[in-house]
Design a protein around this ligand. Structure first.
Ligand SMILES: NC(=O)c1ccc[n+]([C@@H]2O[C@H](COP(=O)([O-])OP(=O)(O)OC[C@H]3O[C@@H](n4cnc5c(N)ncnc54)[C@H](OP(=O)(O)O)[C@@H]3O)[C@@H](O)[C@H]2O)c1
Length: 294
């Protein structure tokens, strides 16, 4: 039986949606329904699932969204010109290009074409620069969602040792930056581990808060953690099984093993993934508010 407190993405995301409702209503009364353009290139199955769950949430909240589905072999220039058109389209306050992109496309070029004020994913270099300098405009959704879970459960990283496994631009690196900012509810000492780290358990066993964002199913076991550590599992991995779907989703943490020893843990599913969607909604609302304030 799990001893740990379950850090529920469902509970925290519902809290976020409730607090966003008056802001959305106010925007709508002023004639600005927050709108997001999704660009989905190719037939990547997981990407389709992600875009579907995000659009469903937009519909449920009465927000505007449109998905631009493009074929796998579309020339990069066509995607760039679509993004330019969407940057000038007032119906859209945010533009999201679902990653990964086909191999013939350059992700950096695509991201740089998005107007940074509509970059609700927070991946544009201007937004990353603002984040690093401690003055963020858009915080990438998954790291922002992790911070919101900690805040909701009053788990303050101040003075703690936060160890992150993974250094991707969308999760590992931005969460390590957020955690180390000199501000309330951050202010942690941070360590980042990656594929070239020689002895990962040496570092993870020192973590007061361990964030696993590597994409390796159930990599983190109980003997990788310190007793009573807080565990944030970002991983979403499809593992084949005999179920009707043919697979199940597991995190980067062996939940049953680790939950015996941790003080708190996010489940997969039902943890960080739900927060990523909630933060995308929040960033889109923020983008619309800023455009109205202009
Ligand atoms: N919950 C959510 O909403 C959400 C959002 C985004 C991603 N995810 C999930 O989170 C996981 C990570 O996603 P990502 O986009 O950050 O992945 P990514 O771009 O593939 O990056 C993975 C990172 O983990 C490191 N890594 C991989 N294998 C490792 C190993 N055996 N030991 C140590 N480090 C290792 C890599 O190191 P190198 O840099 O050295 O290659 C890299 O920095 C995936 O399961 C993904 O599906 C979930």
């Amino acid at each position: 039986m799990a001893e740990a407190l379950i850090l529920s993405g469902k509970t925290v995301s519902q809290h976020v949606y409730t607090s966003l409702k008056p802001r959305i209503d106010l925007l709508k009364r002023s004639g600005k329904t927050p709108g997001l353009a999704f660009i989905l290139v190719g037939d990547h199955p997981a990407s389709k699932v992600y875009v579907n769950s995000k659009t469903k949430r937009f519909v449920k909240l009465g927000l505007f969204s449109e998905t631009f589905k493009l074929p796998e072999n579309i020339p990069e220039n066509d995607v760039l010109s679509l993004i330019s058109d969407l940057c000038d389209d007032d119906r859209f306050h945010g533009i999201l290009v679902q990653m990964p992109l086909p191999k013939h496309m350059n992700e950096t070029t695509i991201i740089r074409t998005i107007n940074p004020k509509k970059d609700v994913d927070g991946f544009h270099p201007e937004n990353i620069g603002l984040l690093v300098s401690g003055n963020p405009r858009f915080i990438p959704c998954t790291p922002k969602g992790i911070m919101r879970i900690l805040e909701y459960y009053q788990i303050d990283p101040t003075g703690k040792h936060v160890v992150v496994i993974g250094r991707s631009n969308i999760v590992g690196r931005p969460i390590s930056i957020l955690m180390s900012l000199k501000q309330e509810f951050s202010n942690a000492t941070t360590t980042i581990c990656h594929s070239a780290t020689s002895d990962i358990p040496y570092f993870t066993r020192q973590a007061d808060i361990l964030i696993a964002a590597m994409g390796v199913p159930e990599f983190v076991k109980a003997d990788y953690i310190k007793k009573d550590a807080v565990i944030i599992d970002v991983g979403i991995n499809r593992v084949e099984d005999d179920s009707e779907k043919g697979y199940s989703l597991v995190g980067d943490v062996d939940f049953d093993d680790v939950a015996e020893k941790a003080s708190a843990i996010t489940p997969v599913p039902g943890g960080v993934g739900l927060m990523t969607i909630a933060m995308l909604v929040e960033n889109t609302v923020e983008a619309a508010e800023r455009l109205v304030e202009r």
